[in-house]
Design a protein. Structure first.
Lengths: 114, 431
């Protein structure tokens, strides 16, 4: 048996021990009040499974747009040295157009949380 | 063998403590923190020791039992100056550690935690039956199936109801009843709020549990102000009590803002108020004024317009709206000391904590200049909560204003507003 096999066996047995220690019977399971969410002393009267407005979604979309822009910058960076000024101006135009979009969103209060 | 070594190691860790405060609770924050071997937790789930202090009216006992059972094993209870009506010194618990008034709460907590971890003391058994409010039962023969997303009513708790969102959408409104043992809330405050996301759509203040026919004595610190209603007290004593009270409130506000170390510094000043110089408070004030984060987190939060507070005797809250309302201006002894009320504009949480610290420094200067001058006995006194008399408690007016201040704000701003107002329910129950 190689050293790699031995190491794998040790890791596996340690994991098994840790798993058994966690699952070991002894203290019993949690009672109903122990499972109840903590609200300062009262039990919740409605279930927490509720639909609410994800207010950060505008920001999430903007993040995605700029994330993809960064992806576009990788191939651009590869050819930047060869193309020189033209590549620089093209990227500048691209970023300025995106920036105008952000300023528009800002003016329309799309970035406000509440 | 190996597990015993682990247990010994775990016993050396700081003891996680959840503090449940009733009326006339001892201010334990300073006694417990500072040494590093006790940590105050925000929920009972993270705690190993439940520390109950103060008088608990019958209406608070079910909630106390609930938080006791919400602690994980091993768990234990320490009672420090805790009183329960119709129960012995052990209260509603099976085997608590009772600390005498002269006893050291800090030591009792640390020793209990070590004994629990090392298995020298059994974990406290549950006080409530292991029964869900209603079992989760669907329509099928094995409890499965039914209408709605979950197929039935989960444990008797219906799903949140629909309500109009401010963006014109129909989304769920979650109704929560919070308190009376929420660490950021003043003891006994219960708040029923309707949340959509993290925005409060509706807020309702629950009944004051301390307003009962049970005799609930007011706290040792506030009693100076109550005593001043009927007879003379020295200005020195009164102003020291005021400064300590405001510093404790600033400490609470700082802890709620996540600035625990600065909160501890305010508590330390409050605990040694008779030896503290005004310059030490000013240093803390300057430090906090420089914090842009704190100013950003509290500016514009919980704003009160001057016309809503004028003439209601709200003291510091009114002065933070720019209104120079202070009963001390009508007192000859204070006039001799050259007293004039401090005011701050804005009327928001930021103005309130700034004014609180400025008034602490002012109170310390008044106390040191007062000599043997006395005040009081006129039937009304300027207390830290405003102008009190035997039939007027300004906290009651603040509790009426509270729902209007909270509606439309984020959950974080709810906490900031509540800690900035100093809503002492015990004081509200005095009248």
């Amino acid at each position: 048996m190689s050293a790699a096999h031995g190491a794998a066996l040790i890791v596996f047995s340690l994991g098994l021990c840790a798993g058994l220690a966690v699952c070991a019977p002894g203290r019993g399971t949690a009672t109903a009040p122990e499972r109840t969410p903590y609200l300062g002393g009262y039990a919740p009267e409605t279930h927490a499974w509720s639909r609410f407005h994800v207010r950060y979604y505008g920001m999430a979309l903007l993040f995605l747009a700029f994330d993809m822009e960064m992806v576009f910058m990788y191939p651009w960076a590869v050819v930047f040295a060869e193309e020189g000024m033209i590549a620089f101006v093209e990227m500048l135009m691209f970023i300025v157009i995106l920036l105008l979009g952000i300023l528009y969103a800002w003016r329309e209060r799309a970035l406000a949380w509440a | 063998m190996g597990l015993t070594a682990f247990a010994r190691l775990a016993a050396k860790a700081p003891a996680p403590v959840f503090v449940a405060r009733g009326a006339n609770a001892r201010s334990l924050a300073f006694e417990l923190s500072g040494t590093g071997d006790v940590v105050l937790t925000q929920t009972p789930r993270h705690a190993c020791v439940l520390l109950a202090t103060g008088a608990f009216p019958d209406s608070m006992v079910p909630a106390l039992r609930q938080i006791h059972d919400q602690m994980s094993h091993p768990r234990g209870v320490v009672l420090a100056g805790a009183h329960f009506r119709g129960h012995g010194p052990r209260g509603v618990f099976s085997d608590p550690v009772v600390v005498t008034p002269e006893g050291d709460v800090h030591d009792a907590v640390v020793v209990l935690h070590r004994d629990l971890i090392l298995g020298r003391r059994p974990s406290a058994p549950p006080l409530l039956p292991d029964r869900d409010p209603t079992p989760w039962r669907g329509v099928g023969p094995y409890g499965q199936g039914g209408k709605g997303m979950t197929g039935g009513t989960p444990y008797g708790r219906p799903l949140a109801g629909l309500a109009d969102d401010r963006d014109g959408l129909k989304l769920d409104a979650l109704e929560l009843r919070l308190g009376p043992f929420l660490p950021m809330f003043p003891p006994g405050l219960t708040l029923t709020i309707k949340l959509q996301g993290d925005v409060v759509q509706q807020a309702r203040v629950g009944d004051n549990p301390f307003r009962t026919d049970e005799r609930v004595s007011v706290g040792a610190r506030s009693s100076v102000f109550v005593r001043a209603l009927s007879g003379p007290v020295t200005i020195r004593e009164l102003e020291h009590a005021r400064a300590a009270h405001h510093l404790e409130r600033v400490g609470e506000a700082l802890r709620a803002a996540g600035l625990g170390a600065l909160g501890e510094r305010a508590d330390r000043l409050a605990a040694n108020i008779e030896r503290v110089e005004a310059a030490a408070v000013r240093r803390l004030h300057r430090l906090l004024r420089r914090s842009r984060t704190l100013a950003w987190a509290t500016s514009g939060v919980g704003r009160l317009e001057p016309d809503r507070v004028a003439g209601r005797g709200l003291g510091l809250v009114a002065r933070a709206c720019g209104l120079p309302e202070d009963l001390r201006t009508q007192d000859g002894a204070y006039n001799e000391l050259g007293f004039s009320p401090l005011v701050e504009g804005g009327g928001d949480a930021c103005a309130r904590w700034r004014l609180r610290l400025a008034e602490v420094a002012q109170s310390l200067l008044l106390a040191s200049a007062a000599g043997t001058r006395t005040t009081g006995g006129t039937g009304s006194v300027e207390s830290p909560w405003g102008s009190i008399s035997s039939d007027h408690a300004p906290v009651g007016s603040l509790l009426e204003l509270l729902p209007g201040m909270l509606e439309g704000s984020d959950w974080g701003d709810v906490i900031t507003t509540i800690v900035s107002l100093d809503l002492d329910l015990e004081e509200a129950a005095r009248t």
